[in-house]
Design a protein. Sequence first.
Length: 356
Amino acid sequence: MKKLLIFFFIFNCFCAFSQKDSLKVNKKDSARVKRKNIVINDSIKFKNNNVLIGEIKTLINGVLTMKTPYSDKDFKIEYKEVKEIYLDQIFLINLVNGSHYLGKVKTVSEGKVEVISQEMTFETKIENIIQLKASGNNFFSRFTGEIDLAFNLTKANNFSQFTLSGKLRYVGELWNFSTAYSSLLSNQDNVDEIKRVEWSIDATRFLFTEYFGITQISFLSNTEQALEGRTTVLLGVGKDMIRSPRLYLRTSLGVNYNVETYLDESLNKNSAEANISTEYNMYEFGDFRLITNLSLYPSLSESKRFRTDYSIDLKYDLPLDFYVKFDFTLNYDNQPAVEGNDFDYIFNSGVGWELK
């Protein structure tokens, strides 16, 4: 419970700090967005020359979400089918080159849009816009999240397993924050209880073009590796190696400091290690999405110790913001506390609902 309270305290501090992330918005625009009875006239024109008018909410992973007054459900539109776009609201705008702006967008010629921000106005190709998030002065509109629950029960050996996972993300012009939590509890006859809990808080600060700074606080508890708790603090820098409207590949390099406690207290230790990570995300492939992460941790303070974390998430979208999901996580330590427990892994599958 104490660790959980510390977790929420740190995240709340991040959120409070991130409120300073917004640039100043023209008062007239801000007032228009905030009025209760405002009629928002965002509009798009398709390649077949059809026009849709309403309120654009987001452009994420190649899908434009738009609300209209004549439909009780939001439209999900493939952005690649849009040839003109006009934004009446203030948006957080992410471009393919890694730059970020707070402002508006309007089409000025075929295939060209004008980005109007507080600092500058410039033209770019419409396909260079890879993410939009309606902003204005509404802090809470910048959050997205999801939660997954699963329960398995088998009569044989009285087997039962419960898993819970969730994510919450904040997207700002210069700062991004995210927090993630996952837990697994498994019981069956004649076998020790298996328990695994993992959470993390991440902050990313965009520096210039494709470069960014990162910091992370994470925790892992895992009975399979006799690990009561590993708290890790990470500082590092990263670069977007590939970024397109359909996918991105990023790498990072940093330093970890670990505080490890084990079921056998004589094994407790503190250590430092390098962190070499890569992330690959495919998001513009219809309803299918894939994200995979690989992190390598060569020790800086323990002779010949080496750890690896790997994860992969596959997701397929269903109607009404539901989805099916498959994920796999692997942890490896060549100097585990319990001999023979070098590896631990989790495979999950299930149905979830996404907050958008």
